[in-house]
Design a protein around this ligand. Structure first.
Ligand code: G6P
Ligand code: MG
Length: 222
């Protein structure tokens, strides 16, 4: 039986994913690295330092900078991202999400956030939906980033339920892989091909309907 929902944040509850990608793209350009769309997409859901390492790898610069320089680049990118975050209002909650949260509340489902972002509390506060959630995984406690299952396992622990009692929502390929590695039901939001490992895929959050997702979920549980 469905008892809880676990949400990624960037690209699922709000469109901050595009702020992350544009801030990374700017930094990459400053470093003389030009990223193609697939490379940019591969950064979705990836932690701050892992994203930087990937960009340097794409540019063939993996051994070029000291740890201190890399910390400085990451801080620079974060400052740009936070500037964008300061402009967020409750209007930036993605379509379909308010209804989904309402339907979940009506069913008394527990809701937890599984975001790798250290900015998650700030973003949730700006969106005005912090109080809707029963917990947030603290990314500082993680040893491995998505696609490792750790973050979704921790989120599930926060719900207090079993893997087959929760549904998890993601827009990133690495995120869907993380959910599946944790043994949970994955809802993918975005490209069908990219997110093909998910149990249920919709092109956009506007297409999310809890009752429809639950039908497929119940069927899978047999
Ligand atoms: C999320 C986003 C990633 C971002 C990561 C770390 O997973 O999808 O794009 O790199 O969080 O975010 P932070 O705000 O801590 O740099
Ligand atoms: Mg995301």
């Amino acid at each position: 039986m469905l008892k809880g929902l676990i949400f990624d944040l960037d690209g699922v509850l709000t469109d901050t994913a595009r702020y992350h990608l544009s801030a990374w793209n700017n930094l990459a350009k400053e470093l003389g690295i030009s990223l193609n769309q697939d490379q940019l997409d591969s950064l979705r859901g990836i932690s701050r330092m892992d994203s930087l390492e990937l960009i340097l790898k794409y540019g063939g610069q993996e051994n070029k900078y000291s740890e201190a320089e890399k910390e400085k680049f990451a801080a620079e990118k974060n400052a740009k991202f936070v500037e964008q975050v300061e402009t967020i209002t409750p209007k930036d909650i993605l379509p379909g999400i308010p209804q989904l949260l309402k339907d979940a509340k009506a069913q008394n489902l527990k809701m937890v956030i599984a975001s790798a972002s250290k900015n998650a509390p700030k973003i949730l506060n700006r969106l005005g939906i912090m109080d809707e959630f029963d917990g947030i995984v603290d990314p500082a406690t993680l040893h491995h980033g998505k696609p490792d299952p750790e973050i979704y396992e921790k989120a599930q622990e926060l719900t207090g339920f079993k893997a087959d009692e929760v549904i998890s929502f993601e827009d990133a390929k690495a995120g869907v892989e993380s959910i599946k590695a944790a043994g949970q039901f994955a809802v993918g939001i975005g490209d069908k091909e990219l997110l093909k490992e998910a149990d249920y895929i919709v092109p956009s959050t506007a297409d999310l309907k809890l009752s429809e997702i639950e039908k497929v979920f119940e069927k899978k549980q047999g």
